[in-house]
Design a protein around this ligand. Structure first.
Ligand code: GTP
Ligand code: MG
Length: 203
């Protein structure tokens, strides 16, 4: 069952000051440009095109907040690792995403979307280093592009490298892993509502 029906777009934030005031627990979606973050959000919300997707890497440049029902928010983060982005934009990205991840008190989990064909890039591992104890859910996206055997190998490799994370194969195209990922998100949101995670500073 989709517990995230009737989601709505809340706000796009291009700077920390533009972020909406903290409200319900939030789940942020991070990962390389073009890896399928916005597509994963749509699949999990059960919507075709609420979050904008594109073939062009770097489409999402702001923090996009979605209200997923009354008691949850999804935040689509701009992607990283896109080679043609100028240094200035990269510094801006770091300030925006870094500030959000390090200081948002209502952040209850980060979904790190990795390409199942090329998981655990240096940028992915760097982002994990920023999380400071925020629960991590890894979705190995575009799993439809791999054989069953290769899927199993990717899953084993990432699970053994990241023993503290929940890791699932995922495809927005075949909907593989959607139900499992929704369960993981509900679990994190529940924990967030009960405030099990000690608040990080401010915000
Ligand atoms: P940025 O906003 O640029 O960081 O990208 P993003 O991570 O939000 O990626 P997006 O969801 O826009 O998807 C990028 C491209 O990958 C699009 O052409 C999608 O149709 C495609 N795509 C996303 N998820 C999947 C998937 O699970 N399987 C396949 N085959 N293609 C996918
Ligand atoms: Mg996007």
């Amino acid at each position: 069952m989709n517990g995230f029906a009737n989601a709505v777009f809340l706000r796009a934030a291009g700077s920390p000051a533009d972020m909406p005031p903290a409200g319900p627990p939030e789940i942020a979606f991070a990962g390389r440009s073009n890896v399928g973050k916005s597509s994963a959000i749509n699949a999990l919300l059960g919507r075709r095109s609420l979050a904008r997707t594109s073939k062009t890497p770097g489409r999402t440049q702001t923090l996009n907040f979605y209200e997923a029902g009354e008691q949850a928010r999804f935040v689509d983060l701009p992607g990283y690792g896109f080679a043609r982005v100028p240094l200035e934009v990269r510094a801006q990205w770091r300030a925006l995403v870094g500030t959000y991840l390090e200081s948002r008190a209502t952040l209850c989990a980060v979904v790190l979307v990795m390409d199942a064909r090329q998981p655990q890039t240096p940028h992915d591992l760097q982002l994990i280093g920023w999380l400071r104890g925020v629960p991590l859910i890894v979705l190995l996206a575009k799993a439809d592009k791999l054989s069953r055997t290769a899927q199993g190998e990717a899953l084993r490799a990432v699970r053994s490298r990241l023993p503290g994370a929940s890791v699932e194969l995922f495809s927005s195209v075949t909907r593989q892993g959607v139900a499992e990922a929704r369960d993981l998100l509900q679990h994190s949101l529940q924990a967030g509502r009960q405030n099990k995670r000690p608040p990080v500073k401010g915000m």
